[in-house]
Design a protein around this ligand. Structure first.
Ligand SMILES: NC(=O)c1ccc[n+]([C@@H]2O[C@H](COP(=O)([O-])OP(=O)(O)OC[C@H]3O[C@@H](n4cnc5c(N)ncnc54)[C@H](O)[C@@H]3O)[C@@H](O)[C@H]2O)c1
Length: 337
């Protein structure tokens, strides 16, 4: 089997950390990314980088054939829930339509295994916590629907073409890969932890906390944060077995512990030793009050424990990156597009 892995969206946050981890594990990597959201600077200067769209059939065909690709990790997507509610077509087009075109081109050109970045958003409002993989699938927004749609399309290609597939449903990715200088730099940034540290650095006036009246102990929403390097390692574990030997199609990737926004803020303040002003404001449409994974399926099958089981360590890694990258990747020299 070819040792070369095609990583779409490999210049993005989770994708770039996974690329570094794959290289460290001895894989060769080919990255396909439009750079609409990602950063070439997040990648090693010398890696094989192709700037292009997953929906560009002739480009994808050429990349797969030129590199003899058999396995794909598919991170490329738009992933802002709010934006997906405002601009559903953008999400269905980029994530689902282009995604289907991409899957079909992969299968036509000899790809045998496909790992999809999926999300807790496929579950919608939880009917029980922690969320297990058999929880009803009831997305509440176009982003969640686009990911569930791809899961279903892949299931169909599995049945008709024998494609080996795995859906990794991440909860909240967080933290930084400090060894390789990779952190979270989205534009716009909507994720809590980077916003907190940008505020600690004086780049923002305050953190807006969306909703203080949820049915949770302190009234703020509860999320499950998993370190981005643990996510990367989980992909490598799945990659090793996706060609046969996986017991399931879908796996939750979370820590299995929930923290409220105010708990994250308090701990972040302790980690960075700075004041972090915040203001509680209205709820954001489509935000469930609590999202906590049951990671038991993944842990049982892979005998795997996250290296960053404590939120404090996740926060410390993020803080280290933000201090050294106060403007994100701007001005970073490594790799140019
Ligand atoms: N960050 C999280 O907490 C989280 C949680 C659940 C699921 N996910 C999923 O994980 C994946 C990675 O998330 P991330 O936070 O690293 O996002 P990101 O925006 O940092 O990375 C996505 C990358 O995909 C690229 N891209 C987008 N559309 C493309 C296209 N049509 N063709 C080629 N490249 C394209 C972007 O330029 C970007 O580099 C996404 O699929 C996201 O939906 C993320």
């Amino acid at each position: 089997m070819s040792n070369k892995i095609l990583v779409t969206g490999g210049a993005g946050y989770i994708g770039s950390v996974t690329v570094w981890a794959l290289l460290r594990s001895g894989y060769e990597v080919v990255i396909l990314d439009t750079l609409a959201k990602g950063h070439r600077q997040a990648l090693p200067e010398t890696c094989t980088f192709v700037k292009g769209d997953i929906g560009d059939t002739s480009l994808v065909r050429q990349v797969i054939r030129a590199h003899g690709i058999e396995r794909v990790i598919h991170f490329a997507a738009f992933s802002l829930v709010g934006e997906s509610v405002e601009h559903p077509l953008r999400y269905f087009q980029n994530n689902l339509v282009q995604g289907i075109r991409f899957i079909d081109t992969c299968v036509e050109n000899g790809v045998t295994s496909f790992i999809l970045s999926s999300t807790a958003a496929v579950y919608g409002d939880p009917v029980h916590i922690p969320i297990v993989e058999t929880h009803p699938l009831a997305p509440k927004n176009p982003y969640g629907f686009s990911k569930l749609g791809l899961e279903q399309v892949l299931t169909s290609y599995r049945q008709t073409h024998g494609l080996n597939v795995a859906f990794l449903r991440y909860f909240n990715a967080a933290g930084a890969d400090t060894m390789n200088g990779i952190g979270e730099d989205h534009t716009p940034e909507t994720h809590l932890i980077p916003i907190i540290f940008q505020t600690a650095l004086g780049k923002r006036e305050k953190v807006f906390v969306f909703g203080g009246d949820y049915d949770t102990p302190d009234g703020t929403a509860i999320r499950d944060y998993i370190h981005v390097s643990d996510l990367a390692q989980a992909h490598i574990k799945v990659l090793e077995r996706v060609g046969g030997g996986l017991k399931h199609l879908a796996y939750n990737l979370g820590i299995g512990k929930g923290y409220s926004v105010l708990e994250v803020l308090t701990m972040a303040r302790e980690v960075c030793g700075r004041e972090i002003p915040y203001e509680i404001t209205g709820r954001r449409t489509g935000d469930p009050p609590i999202l906590v994974a049951s990671p038991d399926r993944f842990h049982a099958e892979f005998g795997w424990e996250p290296q960053f089981g404590e939120l404090r360590d996740i926060l410390a890694s993020a803080w280290q990156w933000h201090q050294t990258h106060p403007e994100g990747y701007q001005g970073e020299a490594r790799g140019t597009a």
